[in-house]
Write a protein that binds this ligand. Structure first.
Ligand SMILES: Nc1ncnc2c1ncn2[C@@H]1O[C@H](COP(=O)(O)OP(=O)(O)OP(=O)(O)O)[C@@H](O)[C@H]1O
Ligand SMILES: [Mg+2]
Length: 447
């Protein structure tokens, strides 16, 4: 449900709009002067704000500035009885989406609102696509840099790659990254999740079948190896393949050809094979669960993705990306990240690796009420473990208070555009003591 604020000093206009907009399914808030509107704008997030230009205490233009400072995705519509073209231009320059003359036609207004919401939705979708496209494989740590350089070296080859790593470390992401880097980009990328298919299905999925090969085979079906053509076939969770299929796969890799089920003519295989597993495949070879010869066939180029706890430098970068993505998809304003929030993320061990981090951030962004993402927004087990792991002598309570102080300072600085004197006054402390705190909390660059 979209939240709308209507600010107008004309009581009747306000009442009419409130009723019409509520009937149209919006969650409507009203203010009948500039001060009340300003208060609501500070306290809450609105999808749309409809502002009368001339109101007591604060006019519409001032309010446009306040809204824009707080949130960039609020849609602003200005209305006034004293229409003049200069006003319209000024309003748009300040960041209002549109401008209406009073008296306006209600159905026109409703239509305009629906239109603007549609445009905003499209924009945020486009932005989201851009974000995910630009940053596939995040990682600044030496361990991840090494993986990136390996990918660069092998991106154009057809050599088989085996990707290993704990669950959630990004094996799927690395496989797709390899696909997107070189000439394979334009060719198929076929993902086969070996773990999720039953034994019979896997065979027909991989190799396809001829019409009439078995009951129910009413028409010819191409298998994944065939569909992959000269692109990439990604055999995910290859460690779960049953032994009989392991030998079939080995034959395909050796002979570079295969048969559809029930087929008599062999089909050449051209696809590059990338396999991944989160099992300890060497150990499975030792215990006989995985064929040694197949292992050597797959393990030509080996990429071992380290667990997140061994590359904690990557956490802030990953967190930032996820926060941006989830804020966008949940239509949240841009969020400030409290320093102690990041510290908690780095103290935790992440047994579920990046997937666990992604989920923790999704939940934090969803639960965050306000503009600052705090450690109290984290799933409680993570926050608690992070605190326990903390070597610092400070207890949770002390940290929390310190963190609250940091947030208050940051938000006040923002309110006064970094003006120290005004911020100190507002906080009721001296300028010197503000300076001291900025230094102590390492915030000098933020002011
Ligand atoms: N380096 C990375 N940069 C950005 N996102 C990542 C990175 N690594 C993993 N992710 C994200 O983390 C999640 C888990 O990644 P992925 O599914 O590739 O892990 P996996 O190793 O294949 O896990 P599993 O063994 O459980 O299949 C995905 O949502 C993915 O987008
Ligand atoms: Mg996976």
């Amino acid at each position: 449900m979209y939240k709308i604020l209507v600010a107008d000093d004309e009581k009747v206009a306000l009442l009419v709009l409130e009723r019409e907009l509520s009937d149209a399914g919006y969650d409507v808030y009203t203010a009948n002067d500039g001060k009340a509107a300003s208060q609501l704008i500070q306290d809450q997030h609105f999808d749309i704000v409809i502002l009368d230009v001339y109101m007591p205490y604060k006019n519409g233009f001032e309010l446009v500035k306040e809204i824009k400072k707080k949130s960039t995705n609020t849609i602003i519509l200005l209305v006034t009885a004293y229409a003049s073209i200069e006003n319209a231009v000024d309003a748009i320059k300040l960041g209002a989406e549109d401008y209406l003359d009073k008296p306006y036609d209600l159905s026109q207004l409703l239509q305009k609102i629906a239109q603007l919401l549609q445009i905003r939705l499209q924009k945020s979708k486009d932005h989201k696509i851009k974000v995910t496209k630009n940053s596939n494989l995040i990682g600044e740590s030496p361990l991840m840099k090494k993986i990136q350089s390996t990918l660069e070296k092998v991106k154009e080859l057809t050599t088989t790659v085996l990707i290993t790593g704990e669950s959630g470390t990004g094996k799927g992401v690395v496989a797709r990254e390899l696909h997107s880097l070189g000439k394979f980009k334009e060719l198929p990328f076929i993902h086969v999740d070996c773990a999720s298919l039953s034994q019979n299905l896997i065979e027909s999925e991989l190799f396809g079948y001829e019409k009439g090969a078995f009951t129910g085979a009413n028409s010819l079906k191409q298998g994944k190896f065939e569909i992959a053509k000269n692109g990439i076939i990604f055999l995910d969770e290859v460690g779960t393949l049953p032994l009989n299929l392991q030998s079939k796969l080995l034959t395909v890799l050796q002979d570079k050809q295969f048969y559809r089920i029930g087929g008599v003519e062999s089909i050449s295989m051209h696809a590059r094979v990338i396999a991944a597993t989160n099992e300890n495949i060497e150990k499975n070879v030792e215990t006989g669960l995985f064929r040694e010869d197949l292992f050597y066939r797959l393990n030509v180029i080996r990429i071992e993705i380290p667990p997140l706890r061994l590359r904690k430098e990557d956490i802030p970068h990953l967190a930032e990306k996820f926060i941006e993505e989830f804020s966008l998809s949940m239509n949240h304003d841009e969020l400030i990240i409290a320093p102690y929030f990041l510290e908690c993320l780095q103290k935790y061990e992440w047994p579920g690796n990046i997937r666990e981090l992604e989920n923790a951030i999704e939940s934090s962004v969803a639960l965050c009420d306000g503009r600052t993402l705090k450690e109290t927004d984290l799933p409680i087990n993570i926050a608690k473990k992070a605190i326990q792991a903390s070597n610092s002598q400070e207890n949770y309570f002390k940290q929390s208070i310190k963190n609250q102080e940091i947030i208050t300072i940051l938000e006040s600085l923002e309110k006064f555009d970094g003006h120290r004197e005004k911020t100190a006054n507002y906080l009721g402390i001296t300028r010197r003591s503000l300076q001291y705190k900025l230094k102590k909390y390492n915030l000098l660059s933020k002011s």
